[in-house]
Design a protein around this ligand. Sequence first.
Ligand SMILES: NC(=O)c1ccc[n+]([C@@H]2O[C@H](COP(=O)([O-])OP(=O)(O)OC[C@H]3O[C@@H](n4cnc5c(N)ncnc54)[C@H](O)[C@@H]3O)[C@@H](O)[C@H]2O)c1
Length: 364
Amino acid sequence: MTQVKESLLGTAEVQTVTWPHRVAIIGAGYMGRGIAEVLALANVSCSLADLTPERAGSAARTLFTEAERHERDGLIAPGSALALRDRVRAARSVEHATSGADYVIEAVYEDSELKASLLAEIDSISHTDVVISTNTSAISIQSLSRRLADPTRFLGVHWFNPPQFVPGVEVVPCTQTTREVTQKVKTLLLQVGKMPVEVMDSPGFVANRLQYALFQEAAAVVEEGTATAEAVDLIVRTTFGFRLPIFGPFAIADIAGLDVYRNAYKILQENFPDRFKVPRALEELVEQGRYGAKTGSGFVINSTAQAQAMAARRDRAYVALRRALGGADGLPETSNRDARAGTGNDTSGTTPHTDNIGEPVDSQ
Ligand SMILES: NC(=O)c1ccc[n+]([C@@H]2O[C@H](COP(=O)([O-])OP(=O)(O)OC[C@H]3O[C@@H](n4cnc5c(N)ncnc54)[C@H](O)[C@@H]3O)[C@@H](O)[C@H]2O)c1
């Protein structure tokens, strides 16, 4: 059965899931319930286990109520919430949940010892074919793997909150995880409409390191009185954060101009030497005359044609994104200028034709 799910990044096809048939989710809190909803919507049977049977039962009921709201809000297909009642079961114990499961997902509190001992238990009671993953946000996968007799079938699979709607999932094998296991999990994620990204094991993986680095600087800006927390949030959402669904930091730097970035870094380094330093990779590219889009070579840009295509895509995407946001959450309504772009009705001569962008502009 093929279902269609709407996501903020567009329409994601949910394909037939080839593996697993039955999943056990241990820890039916916020993340466990959300992951169960995603998998059950894709026709996978899910058993939820928690500290007590009552807590597992209550989590299943919460999941059904949340799914009904999602259905009312048009976020999932009509009839899905009812279908979930057949596919999600509350289990009496970890042992009952894992019995017959071919994939076990651990999503208990973020506590190293709790996770390690639970994973050891899951490992000891699960058939050798069963894949085991942890949804830890930051604990080293390698260190957790030491408590499993068979770490070849173990890996980190880090979903983001709310798992029903955030597309990206970090996939973090440990050194012993087999390629087959990693590939199986990545295929599953693609089949349920997610975007798996494999990264090496490192504390906080990638997303949380970046997210927490941003928060660190945001807190410093507020502590020193440069802006209020509200102003910081508004600036992030309406400036560089607005770009992030479309481009990551390397593409953004390439588009801005790496020479521009390097010079701005130098100012920051002079003024905040304990917090900023021109990154070596940035310095090297600038020294080689590779400035990103403007020279057709940078971190991720390899040609002028690619840079031009990227600029055109950027402008179309930003206008579409701005329209999708509308006046959401205190943003001013889309301006007339934005509204005319792409309608073919622009007679002012001031609106750029989004498919015919010349040189990339400095978007810093
Ligand atoms: N909340 C987030 O934004 C987020 C995002 C990504 C990853 N994570 C990670 O996901 C994991 C779960 O986070 P959460 O936000 O869902 O937490 P939560 O507190 O909502 O849920 C944790 C659940 O685990 C249960 N639990 C605790 N010990 C257990 C045990 N021994 N056996 C069975 N169940 C047990 C608790 O009763 C609770 O229901 C954590 O590792 C967290 O770091 C959380």
